[in-house]
Design a binder for this molecule. Sequence first.
Ligand SMILES: *Cc1c(COP(=O)(O)O)cnc(C)c1O
Ligand SMILES: [Zn+2]
Length: 396
Amino acid sequence: MTTDRLRCYRCGASGDRSSRSRCPCGEPRWFDTDGGYDPADPPDDHGVWRYRDLLPVDEPQGLAVAAGGTPLVRTAGLDAFAGCRTWVKDEAEHPTGSFKDRGSAVGVADALERGVSTVGTVSHGNMAMSVAAHAAAVDLDCVVLVPADIPSERLAIIDRYDPTILRIDGDYGRLYAESLRIGDSLDIAFLNSDVPTRVAGQKTTMLELLDAWRPSAPDAVVMPVSSGGHASGAWKAIRDLRDGGALPGTPKLCFVQAAACAPVATAFEADAETVTPVEPGETIAYSIANADPPSGTRALAAAQATDGAVVSVDDDEIRAARRRFARDAGFAVETASATTLAGARRLAADGVVGPDDRIVLVATGSGLKESAEASAPDPAAVALDELAGTLATRFE
Ligand SMILES: *Cc1c(COP(=O)(O)O)cnc(C)c1O
Ligand SMILES: [Zn+2]
């Protein structure tokens, strides 16, 4: 079980659970853990709740039961392109198609335990769907704040879960902190991208893949990074296991960003200690375009502390990797998730990982929701009467 204390990863200052704000040093906090998880004798529970000894809440409710427990599969077909030996952690298997369900499950369980009646989030994609789905499953009200220019097909899929959706005019970047402030005064639990309960839930991605590898550990884990919330969870998982004497080895944490919006990669390349905001450009990997990531510096620290790296890849590299994922391994990954394969290729070329190294690509989300965004082909039209003849000439 975790304690009720929140602690700053950087300066170590603690705060109680009700103080939802950041540490006075400016950095985000995460839950203190007492380290009780025993991999040889895990609780008899499903998905993320198997790690309830390391989570701040332990009551699975409704849909929350379905979070976690995703497969880890060997993908030999991707090795040649990546330049190392690859495995995929398939987060698309979640009810709403992304790893965000891990954090939403824990966040919603925590909101219920605290008697909060409304949850919310700031998101234009996966997190919006995920929070709305988990709220609906336990009859909590839900408010989703989306940017004014959100594509209508994404609105439609969020709307399926019946949240109150508000389009926000103004600086969407400022909304992150502003929503937490408003939430505090109105008692709405905003489950934004790096709040402590979400980070606690999202550390289970790493806990699961390390358990799957025991007794050894993979050489590196590659994840796309936007806010840095998932990356923070991965690092916290390693620290929890180390503190509890149950860490089988430390994989290099390697993060990937889209070149058009790469504040964490830029800071890593400059060997900086903190991430500074960038001017955002357009990228097809819209789920990871965050010019001012709230846990960017924490993600940077995670890569540095584990001997990992942060790289950026351009849209052409992401398109090529998206196609390789599909053609060579059968995965229709979300565009943001395709960055992991492009990133692995870059890491291998740079010598951060070697050809025999075992690398886990965290495929964070499903591409099956993305049809309108992906570049559509223009297939040849064939009359039914001519089909046999056409196939005969093409394939005989
Ligand atoms: C949210 C998201 C990310 C980035 O996660 P952060 O915790 O914000 O860094 C990556 N891929 C997909 C598919 C996502 O939905
Ligand atoms: Zn601090």
